[in-house]
Every structure is written in C-alpha cells, then in structure tokens.
Design a protein around this ligand. Structure first.
Ligand code: ADP
Ligand code: MG
Length: 407
C-alpha cells in the first residue's frame, strides 16, 4: 500500500480499493453462492456461473482478474478497511489538503456499512458475533479530533505564533438532482455557487455547524439521517437513489503576536455514500458515453462520464486535456469538481455483493473501479487560504499576548 502514503509533489493516482462483503446467513440459506474470490491483498477474480472455489490461477477460463490498491475480503473488519483507505489521509487535512472518500456500488453491496457502519452486522455464518460496527465516517472523525487535540497541545512550534483550529460540518443529499440540506428543517433545494476566480464550489445557504467533538458530528449525522427518512418515497428508495455527502471543514488560524499577521487556512474532508449503481449498470460498459435513461441517476451517470473522460484524457497525454470534462452536467459532479480535477486526495471504495445472482452489477462495479485507477491527482495544490494576512486589531493582539502568557 505504498501508494497510500503519498509523495511530496507531482501527480499521483487516486486510491481505489474494493471491498467484497460476506454473504449473509439468509443468502447462504437461500443457496446464493459467491462469484468473487479475493486472491491477494490487491487482486480478486470474478466469474460468471461456475463455483469460484474451482478457480485455479493457471486456468483463467471465464474468470476476470482485477488488481487494485487494496482488496478487502469478506472477513475484513471495519478498522482494517478504515486503516487501508481513509486513515493515512486524515492527518493530511491538518496540512491543508482536501480529502474525498466515496463508496460506490449497487444497492446492498455494503456502501453504508463501509461508510457509516451497521447497527446489526450480518456475519458470514448464522450466529457469528458482530464485532466492530463503526464505519469510515465515525473512525475518521475520532482520528481527526484526536489529531487536533494533540496539535492544540503542541502548538505550531513557533514561539510567537498562536495556532487555533475549528471544525464545521455540513450534511447534504443529492436526490433527483436537487441538493437538500439534511441539517436544516427547510426543504428548499439549495444552489451551487462557483467562484470562477478561485475555482471554489460552495453550496449556497448550506447549514454549517461548528463542532468540537466526534460525538457532536455523529449526533448531527443521526439528525440528518432522520431527515432523510421523512421523505415521502420511503427510506430505502431515498437512500438507494440519493447521494449523501458529509462535509467536514477544518480551519487553522495562525496569529503572529509580533508582526500582527493572521492567516486562515481551510481544508475539507468529504465523505460520500453514493446512490446504488445498479441503474447505471445496463449502459455502463467499455467506457462509452453514458446517456440518461428514464430510471438512471443523472449524477451517477455524470460521475461515470467524468471518470471516463479523466481516466482517458490522462492516459493520452497532450490530448484534449481535462477541459472537456462536463462537471456541470450534474449536481454531484459539480459539487465534486475540485476533487475530480485532482486538487484533492481522492479515495474510492468499490463495494461488491459477491452473490452469483448479482454478477452483472458486481462486474460492472469492478470495471468502473478499474477505469477510475487511471485518474491522476495532485493533492498538494489544494491549499485554500480563506483570508489574506492582515494586521490584528488591538483586541486580537491582546488576546494573542494573553495566549502566549498562558503557554
Ligand atoms: P448499501 O448501502 O450498499 O445499499 P448496506 O451497507 O446497507 O448496502 O449493506 C447491505 C446489508 O449487508 C446490510 O444488512 C449490512 O449490514 C450488510 N453488510 C454490508 N457489508 C457488510 C460487511 N462487510 N460485513 C457484514 N455485513 C455487511
Ligand atoms: Mg446504503
């Protein structure tokens, strides 16, 4: 997993991991068989029909072998998945780097379990004990606040500099191409505003709550998920057709007591549970341009089109360049513009249901993830300074002095 550590400069590939979930006791009782075999920490094979147990590496047959930055087998626990995907990048947030983690896959493949966790974890066999239940979102937040507490104790390392950190949280869903704020009572769809000069995309009017602990964020998430459930169409329909986006903005304020300079730097962690990919599957082959069908999720198709364009363009260097990537075609891709353009650490987790009856969906997910491997990112260019240096007011200067005296 050396690529997960990242380099100091230049472009790197996005991180693509695959997680194969276990078949549940019910699925096993119904006679479902697994069509996916995890071969190594980086490779897996998927085959149609035949018993994957019979697969031999020397006998490829109809099997399709894929390799990724990480492949998590059905018995991989929540912390193993977190540690192999998001964890190495949480500390990068404190360096001003934006981080986006998203879960892709068909409904039932394990996206929500991977991102949020499950209250009831279904084991490989009936009677298996549920172990850890927390997904990437809670584990990342615990780590973020742990790092911030440690930093607050150490300080910036500069004698005359006072460093303070704050965290804001927004939670939204994209449903039927409308952005809804999950932390507000208003059901008015929100608009995306783009600052063309800075290339910054913001959701106008999105509620952002100041938080000081991971528990507070999880409370807000619970509140947001409850808002998601009150939609008329029913919980499952909404959650399988909508994209849930949690945005955690980390702000560092640096105040120099001597020069009076003050600088503010922001970085954003986006944690995304995408809509089920099964509706996109039917048309999703060989990287062709995807067209919107009656039931197809427009944002998911746009994401696939952007990924195809980005992966393809980067392969043919000197080609058309990423300029023709149509981020504005959908709400989701517009929202993720900065992440997809590469000014961000990008981690994709492709979730797979191994049941042989879902071979097509799972195979499509793997093909999609395989294409995404070609996307390049250059996360070191992300630094976004919100406010240029300015002189401190008398009051702020006094506060900075008091702060120094305290230390
Ligand atoms: P999705 O969000 O992709 O529709 P879910 O995360 O809701 O799928 O998973 C479907 C079901 O499978 C849930 O009951 C969930 O608890 C279970 N499940 C998913 N992944 C795992 C896993 N790795 N281990 C055990 N159970 C899992
Ligand atoms: Mg889900």
């Amino acid at each position: 997993l050396s690529c997960l550590a990242g380099g100091d400069s230049g472009s790197e590939n996005i991180v693509v991991a695959v997680r194969v979930r276990p078949l549940s006791a019910t699925e096993l009782a119904e006679g479902k068989r697994s069509c996916c075999d995890v071969l190594t920490r980086n490779t897996l094979v998927i085959r149609k029909g035949a018993d994957p147990g019979a697969y031999l590496r020397s006998q490829k047959g109809s099997a399709n072998e894929y390799s990724f930055d990480a492949v998590f087998p059905p018995d991989a626990g929540q912390s193993e998945v977190y540690e192999g995907t998001a964890k190495p990048h949480i500390s990068e947030l404190l360096e001003g780097i934006n981080v986006t983690v998203f879960a892709y896959g068909a409904t039932g493949a394990g996206k929500t379990h991977t991102m949020m966790g499950s209250e009831r974890v279904v084991g490989v066999r009936a009677g298996d004990e549920p172990t850890e239940v927390s997904g990437i979102v809670p584990q990342s937040l615990v780590e973020l606040f742990r790092l911030l507490t440690a930093r607050a104790n150490i300080g910036s390392g500069q004698e005359d500099e006072a460093e303070t950190w704050s965290v804001r949280v927004g939670y939204l869903q994209v449903y039927n191409e409308q952005i809804m704020d999950l932390l507000s009572d208003s059901s008015k769809p929100l608009k995306i505003n783009e600052d063309p000069a800075k290339g910054v995309v913001v959701v106008a009017g999105l509620a952002e709550m100041e938080v000081t602990s991971s528990e507070e964020v999880l409370d807000l998430l619970r509140q947001g998920n409850a808002n998601r459930r009150t939609e008329a169409t029913g919980a499952n329909q909404v959650s399988s057709r909508s994209h849930a986006v949690l945005q955690v903005v980390v702000t560092r304020t640096l105040e120099n007591a001597v020069s009076g300079n003050r600088s503010v730097r922001e970085s954003k962690l986006s944690l995304i549970d995408l809509a089920g990919s099964e509706r996109a599957s039917a048309t999703n082959n060989r990287g062709e341009q995807l067209r919107q069908g009656a039931n197809i999720n427009k944002s998911l198709l746009s994401l696939a089109n952007c990924i195809n364009a980005l992966a393809g363009n980067r392969r043919r260097r000197g080609g058309k360049g990423p300029g023709n990537v149509k981020y504005r075609d959908s709400k989701l891709t517009h929202l993720l513009k900065a992440s997809l353009e590469g000014r961000c650490r990008l981690v994709m987790i492709a979730n797979v249901n191994p049941s042989h009856v879902f071979f097509d969906d799972s195979h499509n997910t793997l093909k999609y993830a395989n294409r995404a491997k070609n996307i390049k990112v250059d996360p070191r260019t992300t630094e976004s300074v919100r406010e240029a240096s300015r002189l401190l007011t008398d009051k702020e200067a006094k506060m900075a002095k008091d702060y120094q005296a305290l230390k």
